[in-house]
Design a protein around this ligand. Sequence first.
Ligand SMILES: C[S@@+](CC[C@H](N)C(=O)[O-])C[C@H]1O[C@@H](n2cnc3c(N)ncnc32)[C@H](O)[C@@H]1O
Length: 229
Amino acid sequence: MADSTSEGMSQQRWEATHEYIEQLFSDDRERWSREHDAAVEAGLPAISVGAAVGRWLSLLATMSREGGAHLIVEVGTLGGASALALARGLSPEGKIVTIESDPHHADFARGAISRAKEHRIDIRVGEGLKVLPDLVEELGVESCDLLFIDAIKTEYPGYLEAGFPLVRSGGLIVADNVLGAGKGWVPGSIDEEPSRVAIDNFNKMVSEHPRMQGTILPMRQGLLVAQVR
Ligand SMILES: C[S@@+](CC[C@H](N)C(=O)[O-])C[C@H]1O[C@@H](n2cnc3c(N)ncnc32)[C@H](O)[C@@H]1O
C-alpha cells in the first residue's frame, strides 16, 4: 500500500538522498570540493567519483583484507580522487597501482597525490587493456586485494577479462558507472549505444561468473561490487 514514504524516486529526492548521505558519512568534503575545482580548472573533465562513492571505496578497500589492502589496482586515474579514497583502506605498507591513458590527467593526479602527502600510489601511463596483462606478469596472479574499474565504458568487459587473474580469492572487483554509462541509463531496453551494450555485458559477465558473487549499489551512477571466490 502506498504511503508518504514510498513515493517514487524523483530526481529531487535522488539528489536530496545523496546530499543526506554525503553530509552524514563523507569526511573531508571541503578537500574533495577543492580538489574537484582545481581539476576542472586544469581542464580535466568533471567525472571523478564524489565524496559518497569515495567513502564506499575507502570502506571496501579496508574490508578487502584484515588490516587493510596490500595491493589495489585501478583502471582510470583521472585526477587521483578515487585513488586517494582507496588509499584510506590500505595497510601501512600497501600500495595502489593506477592506470591512466592521458598524460595530462596523470600529471595532475601526481600533484594531487603529493598535496595529500600520499606516497603509496604508483601511476602508470598507458592503456588499461595493454597495461593490465603486464601487471599480471609483474605483480603476479592473485596478488591483488581489490581491482577498481573506472575508465572507458566500452572496454569494461576487456578490463574484467584482463584484470581478473590479478585478484586473489576473497578479493574484490569494483566498477563505477554500471547503471549510467554516460549517454543513458543502462536498465531498460538496451539499444545499440556502445557504452550501454558494453556495460550491460559487463554486468552479465559478473552476475553469471562461477567465481564471482556480487551486486550493484545504486549510488550515483551505480557501483558494482563483487567478491572473487
Ligand atoms: C571516469 S574517469 C576516472 C575517474 C577516477 N577514477 C576518479 O573517480 O577520480 C576515466 C579516466 O580514464 C582514463 N582513460 C580513458 N581511456 C583509458 C584507457 N584505455 N586506459 C586507462 N585509462 C583510460 C581517462 O583519461 C579518464 O581520466
